[in-house]
Design a protein around this ligand. Structure first.
Ligand code: MG
Ligand code: MG
Length: 337
């Protein structure tokens, strides 16, 4: 008999019985997000056939050129989640400030943050891209949510995950009780649990960094990079391999599956902005997944999920993945202080 897989719905109900981490309204929100990811995956998959490739013509709040699919994905996520009654507002890479659920719609206790399409420079070249999301609880309060309500440490996340649109469409999710991966059965339109309790190997021989920025790096990153490049002949005493997809979702997906370290440091060029990666809807959800899978995630000095957000689109240096490597480069940063 063919292997029987359980659906995302069944998993979430059973997960709440096991761990108490998925109350009914959170389950509803996660399913609404998963539904949106299905729609985004469909749009991504049609590509030129649906006229969704290319640029929209606008520049987003980050100063980046918006691709058509950035805007389509943002709209899909908002449309799929506003109605559920489990949410009081959303925040997105593509929107300058937060979007409260309209007063005429039922309000809920959660806040949803997302990068609707991560790695969007890869869209037109048919390389894997994804959607990253983070779920927080709304602080006590009345009336419309404000940006301040969203500025919570990553430790407060009640769920986080991403969808990856690649050869397979997958959803990788944590509600604070380990990490599980679902594969979209495209024929049935159902997310099915395919990997239970993902664990990142503690040791690794793979690193991911955009080495074209090398001349802008600071000393701790250069030190680490020179040591892994020296391979078996150097202080590390083993050979390393470099991998760089340049879509964070794809790089992290590889690391969750077989280990590695992902680095996007602050460097001489981007340091005035704090780094490159956005804390609230990129670094925090990825950090929750990585820590839940037994890895580590820091800004070079402290765990990313302990960084106090100062603004919605705050950027941070990022080092995350296999524990031993993240601890090593974090130590190099402390030693260089
Ligand atoms: Mg992104
Ligand atoms: Mg994006």
């Amino acid at each position: 008999m063919a292997e029987m897989f359980i659906s995302l719905t069944q998993f979430l109900i059973e997960e709440d019985r096991r761990s108490g981490t998925v109350p009914a309204d959170l389950k509803q929100l996660i399913e609404a997000v998963a539904q949106a990811c299905k729609s985004i995956g469909t749009a991504v998959g049609k590509g030129a056939l649906a006229g969704v490739l290319g640029v929209q013509g606008d520049v987003n709040v980050q100063g980046e050129v918006q691709k058509k699919l950035d805007v389509i994905s943002n709209d899909i996520l908002i449309h799929a989640t506003q109605w559920c009654g489990c949410l009081s507002g959303v925040a997105s890479e593509e929107m300058e400030t937060v979007l409260p659920v309209p007063a005429d719609k039922p309000q809920g206790k959660y806040l949803l943050l997302f990068d609707p399409l991560d790695g969007s420079s890869n869209i037109d070249v048919n390389v894997s891209i994804g959607t990253i999301f983070s779920i927080l609880k709304r602080p006590e309060g009345e009336g419309e949510v404000t940006e301040k309500d969203f500025l919570q440490n990553g430790r407060n996340q009640v769920a986080a995950g991403y969808a990856i649109y690649g050869p397979q469409t997958q959803l990788v999710l944590t509600t604070g009780n380990g990490v599980n991966a679902f594969t979209l059965d495209r024929a049935e339109g159902i997310w099915k649990l395919t990997v239970r309790d993902i664990k990142i190997p503690e040791q690794t021989a793979e690193y991911a960094i955009n080495a074209s920025n090398q001349r802008h790096w600071f000393a701790p990153v250069s030190r680490y990079f020179e040591e892994v490049q020296a391979g078996a002949e150097g202080v590390r005493g083993k050979n390393f391999n470099m991998r760089w997809v340049a879509a964070m979702v794809s790089d992290i997906h590889r690391i969750l599956n077989r280990g590695g370290i992902f680095m996007y440091p602050a460097d001489a060029r981007n340091v005035k902005n704090g780094g490159r990666i956005r804390l609230m809807y990129e670094a925090n959800p990825m950090s929750m997944l990585v820590e839940q899978a037994g890895g580590a995630a820091t800004n070079g000095l402290i765990p990313l999920m302990d960084v106090k957000p100062e603004k919605l689109h705050m950027r941070v240096p990022v080092f995350l993945g296999s524990k031993e490597e993240v601890e090593l480069i974090t130590r190099y940063h402390h030693e260089a202080k």
